[in-house]
Design a protein around this ligand. Structure first.
Ligand code: FES
Length: 108
C-alpha cells in the first residue's frame, strides 16, 4: 500500500456480495469491485470486448463473467480467460481499512 497517494473511500467491504460485482465511481471512472474471502479487487467496469458493464455480470472464484457475450476475466490480473474476450481489463490497487474500501484517484 502506497501511503504517499491520496485514497478515497468508495464502499464498505460488507457492501460487496461475493457473487455480484459492486459498482463504484471515482471522479469520472466507473469501477467494478469484487470480494472473495474479505479481499477486494477492483477493475475497470467496461468489458474490453464490446463495451458492456461488467457490474451487470456475475462473479465467482476470482472470475467475472461479462453479461453481453459471456467473456471472462480474472479480476486479480485483469487477463481475459474466456473468449470472446481477449484483451485485458485495467485493474486498480485497493486499500482496506477498518472494513472500508479505498481507491486512489492517482491510479485512474
Ligand atoms: S462485451 Fe463483454 S464479452 Fe462481449
Amino acid at each position: 500500500m502506497d501511503l504517499s497517494k491520496k485514497w478515497v473511500k468508495v464502499a464498505k467491504v460488507s457492501d460487496i456480495n461475493s457473487n455480484t460485482p459492486y459498482l463504484a465511481e471515482l471522479n469520472d471512472r466507473v469501477i467494478a469491485l469484487y470480494q472473495t474471502d474479505e479481499v477486494v479487487y477492483a477493475t475497470d467496469d467496461t468489458c474490453s470486448h464490446a463495451e458492456a458493464s461488467l457490474c451487470e455480470g456475475t462473479y465467482h472464484g476470482y472470475i467475472v463473467t461479462c453479461p453481453r457475450h459471456g467473456g471472462q476475466f480474472d479480476v486479480r490480473t485483469g487477463q481475459a480467460v474466456k473468449m470472446p474476450a481477449v484483451s485485458p481489463i485495467e485493474i486498480f490497487p485497493v486499500r482496506i481499512e477498518d472494513g472500508e474500501v479505498f481507491l486512489s484517484p492517482d491510479d485512474m
